[in-house]
Design a protein around this ligand. Structure first.
Ligand code: ADP
Ligand code: MG
Length: 320
């Protein structure tokens, strides 16, 4: 049967916004000496907003009605670019997609219909809009999905994306494909708010003896570095697919007694399942992440994490 000390720790945790899904997790959580954090939605709020729209060689806005109408070879306005991107992204549930559609709606743009939508995990999406295939994705998408084909305006596009990423903004290229050619139509950038309690949480964990703290993210390397610097995390692994997050957890397990993974997304679920102890975000977390998690931080309070580990350690001490 469950020791009384464990039961009372579970109920103390509950009052402090920490949901332990079972007594055995209290024992493991007391031993954590390495913590891996997902970035988007975990260290950040996950309230991704579109910050920049830039049509390549855009004609200046004429103030007239703007529809997302494409004419081959013609330059687009920023608003036309946004409307076309929103058409493709209205088929996706990704946070970048939702932010794109929201920005188009806020500007009152008419969003054209899209057909033949397809997503490439960790890279981007494409669909047909008004007879043309529109690709939206990161440089990796361009490299692998449009492999070897020449893309008009690619150098300028990649330069712009790199600059935006250095400032902490996740950025994607919009590429148009017609029968025989590909050209960059422009690019979009997004940003997200770092959680107010994230930096302090990292500091507390270090003070409490967590030896290694790492960030595991699907996002771009430069964006990840920017956020990590803000938070005082010195070890960052970026542009990871879900299985690659698992590989990093396993590598940490080779060097530590108990490895914790904190995440909110579907793409974190395999890594959460692999970690010795998994922590989900109660407010923003997806169902899959929350089901997989051993501990849930209610209301997304990251600062409850050092508390949860300390409570577990104390409880263990009374047991042995
Ligand atoms: P994250 O949750 O960190 O964004 P993902 O694996 O979901 O991780 O996505 C990684 C990257 O893949 C994104 O930063 C983006 O560059 C690209 N990507 C994924 N989905 C989309 C999409 N719907 N539209 C554009 N880019 C996307
Ligand atoms: Mg996430």
């Amino acid at each position: 049967s469950t020791p009384a000390a464990v039961l009372s720790a579970i109920s103390a945790g509950g009052r402090q916004g920490v949901l332990f899904k079972g007594g055995e997790h209290i024992e493991t959580a007391g031993n954590v000496d390495a913590v891996a954090f997902d970035k988007t939605g975990t260290l950040t709020e996950g309230n991704t907003r579109l910050t920049d729209v830039s049509a390549r060689g855009a004609v200046s806005g004429d103030g007239g009605s703007v529809r997302g109408e494409l004419v081959a070879g013609e330059s687009l306005t920023d608003e036309q670019l946004l409307a076309i991107a929103a058409a493709v992204q209205s088929r996706s549930e990704h946070h970048l997609a939702e932010a794109t559609v929201e920005a188009a709606r806020e500007r009152g743009l008419e969003i054209p219909a899209a057909t033949g939508f397809e997503a490439v995990v960790g890279k981007g999406v494409h669909a047909t809009v008004e007879g043309r295939t529109i690709h939206i994705g990161n440089p990796r998408y361009v490299r692998t999905e449009l492999e070897g084909r020449s893309v008009d305006g690619l150098e300028a596009g990649l330069d712009a994306v790199r600059d935006l990423e250095r400032g902490g903004k996740t950025s994607v290229l919009v590429v148009e494909e017609t029968d025989d050619r590909l050209r960059v139509l422009g690019w979009l950038a997004f940003s997200d708010t770092i959680r107010a309690d994230a930096a302090e949480t990292i500091e507390r964990l270090r003070e409490r003896g967590v030896e290694q703290i790492v960030m595991l993210t699907g996002d771009n390397e430069r964006v990840a570095q920017y956020i990590a610097e803000e938070l005082g995390i010195d070890e960052v692994y970026a542009e990871l697919l879900p299985e690659e997050k698992v590989d990093h957890i396993e590598a940490l397990q080779g060097r530590h007694e108990a490895v914790a993974m904190v995440g909110d997304g579907v793409n974190d679920a395999p890594a959460l399942a692999t970690a010795d102890i998994s922590i989900g975000m109660g407010g923003a977390g997806t169902d899959v992440a929350l089901e997989t998690a051993d501990i849930v931080l209610m209301s997304d309070r990251l600062d409850r994490l050092p508390y949860a580990f300390a409570l577990s350690k104390e409880t263990r001490r009374t047991l042995y």
